[in-house]
Write a protein that binds this ligand. Sequence first.
Ligand code: ATP
Ligand code: MG
Length: 213
Amino acid sequence: MNGITIALSKGRIFEETLPLLAAAGIVPAESPESSRKLIIGTNRDDVRVVIVRASDVPTYVQYGAADLGIAGKDVLLEHGGAGLYQPVDLNIAKCRMCVAVPAGFDYAAAVRRGARLRVATKYVQTAREHFAAKGVHVDLIKLYGSMELAPLAGLADAIVDLVSSGVTLKANNLLEVEEIMTISSRLVVNQASLKVKRELLQPVIEAFAKAAG
Ligand code: ATP
Ligand code: MG
């Protein structure tokens, strides 16, 4: 593809990216929510958007199927970042990754006595590093969604999940007991594309960086 392909996920990333695209003079022709199309044209003949699963964005960019993408730090840490240039923190889709437990579970005491904890999460790499650094023994259970259910159903003692308002944790009688890191989304660029298509990509990268502040 001669022009630029940008990989985005639908939902909050697509919505929060629209103003950044606009700052770069790029306006998608339609919304992925209403059109169901996976390849979306823009006002520019040489720019298109592909709609992929949030966790697949780094993979599309790594292999050059997309030149640019926008992915959360959570997703990038799990992916590992191979083949990706990450020039800009866009400060969008902000939340935090944290450890949460059922309201009645004394997490601090369990950690103090060196208990082995069962932790359910979608973010296995990040969780493993976090608990290893603290010297906490854990059995990690990989899930793909609805992490909040795991402690309630007896699958795990704790979860590692993303939180923004805390409403979902509260609704499920869970308490945040540790913040692992703050999360926002970054622009990712295929390293080969950056060399071959620099005149096309550089202005977009600069416009995103400027608009992100
Ligand atoms: P999928 O729905 O395909 O499993 P996902 O749930 O990770 O993927 P989104 O919910 O669209 O996809 O989240 C995309 C990104 O937005 C996440 O990778 C994360 O960086 C960020 N994010 C997730 N939850 C929140 C939240 N509650 N508030 C703000 N940002 C969030
Ligand atoms: Mg989600």
